[in-house]
Design a protein. Structure first.
Length: 468
């Protein structure tokens, strides 16, 4: 059900509001609607699918061929979602969420709000920052951004160099090969030490053998295409005057330099915690995935009775896990609202929980094998980590010497995290550096405190906002 015009929806109260139209959000909305709940879903994109299934309903045959069968599966979820009775608020920017169930949002310069008895946050993941020298130069993108170009317009940058680690690096590289623009090289940071440590989790990896087989297939595809790969790369630096021109690094005891116009960096993804942080929900640092994530139980319940979380925003698991988590979170929310009995929730959720557990069995292996290197988690002093305010890693270390204990104090010392991105790009790096310098744990160091508005909103929108 489309949104149509925004006509002061603040008097409408939904049973469940879902934020995010990726696999978790769509699955949650469909499951809740199937059990009789009134559901509204809000999303920034004009079409459902999230980042993983972006543009899936209007993609061309060539794009489906390029992006692969896993991408095409998104249509089987997006089509029934659009045909359902769920109210789909598309193309909206959510800038306020409260524990009282209010969601403030804007569309086309007009602000409005909705209310819900329960909110499911399904905002997915964001790419981990990759602060290396030169990462702020024009011509340096994330691998995820390159994939957006493929999904939105079928465009692949010619002769690009991919830098970093993780399964997505292989997937994007293989998709570029399929698009007729194979990458010039892959500069990878994972080491033999990482792989040996990952062998401790081989049992779980074998349970997820399909993912292993897929990864092996992607690497074989790159080899057939003649894509050069360098592993255990250190001292990575992108150089150039007005734009990126080359990447330099050390691998297997030798120094290398590769010239190119486009560089795609990637070191995995981390939960998008902007909304959950703004709600003051409890979070915990995950030592395996090297990031913060909200504390939630098997059904996605958080430290607030009125807020649940589903998908990668609760912890990285991938699209299949996200879809399962969405359904499970919806069942949990319905039981909280007393719309279904606890026995019904458990009966319906049991096979979903078992399948999710199996799908997640490979994660410890992958997270260990492709762990981000310390030299990028805590970069050298001269490296810019806050792109908005041009704060360097050395600045943060100096703040620690002056008594700075956490990211929110760092704002006062040097404005890190106070730019347009609100700490999305620098937050984890600031925490990692301060934790190392102060001898605290990441949990003790903490993260940036997020406040409304979550996204830019104009004074005109606020002035016309008929808030209750």
């Amino acid at each position: 059900m489309g949104m149509g015009a925004l006509l002061n929806m603040s008097n409408k109260v939904f049973d469940i509001a879902v934020i995010g139209a990726g696999p978790a959000g769509m699955s949650a909305a469909l499951e809740a609607e199937k059990h009789g709940a009134s559901v509204v879903l809000l999303d920034e994109q004009s079409q459902p699918g999230g980042q993983i299934y972006r543009n899936v309903l209007t993609a061309t045959r060539r794009q489906f061929t390029t992006l692969g069968s896993d991408y095409a599966k998104g249509a089987a979820l997006a089509k029934p979602f659009l045909e359902s009775a769920v109210m789909h608020l598309a193309g909206v920017s959510v800038w306020q969420v409260t524990q009282g169930g209010h969601i403030g949002f804007s569309k086309d310069g007009k602000a409005d709000q909705i209310r819900a008895r329960h909110i499911i946050v399904a905002t997915g993941a964001t790419e981990r920052p990759v602060p290396i020298p030169g990462w702020t130069l024009p011509g340096v993108l994330t691998a995820g951004a390159a994939q957006i170009l493929l999904k939105s317009g079928g465009f692949a940058a010619p002769s690009a160099v991919l830098v970093g680690a993780g399964p997505l690096l292989y997937l994007v590289a293989a998709q570029m090969v399929a698009a007729g623009s194979p990458p010039k090289a892959l500069v990878e940071t994972q080491t033999q030490k990482n792989l040996r440590a990952a062998l401790e989790h081989l049992g779980g990896a074998l349970r997820g053998w399909r993912y292993l087989l897929k990864g092996i297939g992607l690497i074989a595809q790159l080899k057939r295409a003649g894509v050069q790969r360098y592993s255990a790369a250190t001292e990575i630096e992108i150089s150039g005057s007005d734009c990126a021109e080359a990447v330099s690094f050390k691998a297997k005891g030798r120094h290398h330099r590769i010239e190119a116009e486009t560089f795609l960096v990637h070191l995995g993804v981390v939960p998008n915690t902007q909304i959950t942080r703004s709600l003051r929900l409890e979070h915990r640092y995950d030592d395996t995935q090297r990031c913060f994530k909200p504390i939630s139980d098997a059904y996605g319940h958080t430290s607030s009775n009125a807020i649940s979380i589903a998908g990668d925003s609760a912890g990285i698991g991938g699209a299949v896990v996200a879809a399962l988590s969405g359904r499970i979170a919806a069942l949990g929310a319905l039981q909280k609202l007393e719309m279904i009995a606890e026995t019904t929730r458990d009966e319906v959720a049991r096979p979903l929980l078992l399948k999710r557990e199996k799908e997640l069995s490979i994660r410890p292996f992958l997270d260990t094998a492709y762990a981000p290197p310390e030299e990028i988690l805590r970069p050298a002093d001269g490296t810019i980590i806050c792109r908005c305010e041009e704060v360097t890693a050395g600045d943060i270390r100096r703040f620690a010497v002056l008594g700075c204990k956490g990211p929110n104090q760092a704002k006062a010392f040097g404005r890190s995290g106070m730019g347009p991105c609100q700490g999305r790009f620098c937050g984890l790096t600031v925490t990692e550096i301060l934790a190392k310098e102060t001898g605290q744990s990441q949990d003790e160091t903490g993260a940036f405190r997020i406040r409304t508005p979550l996204k830019p909103v104009t004074l005109g929108e606020l002035a016309a906002y008929e808030a209750e």
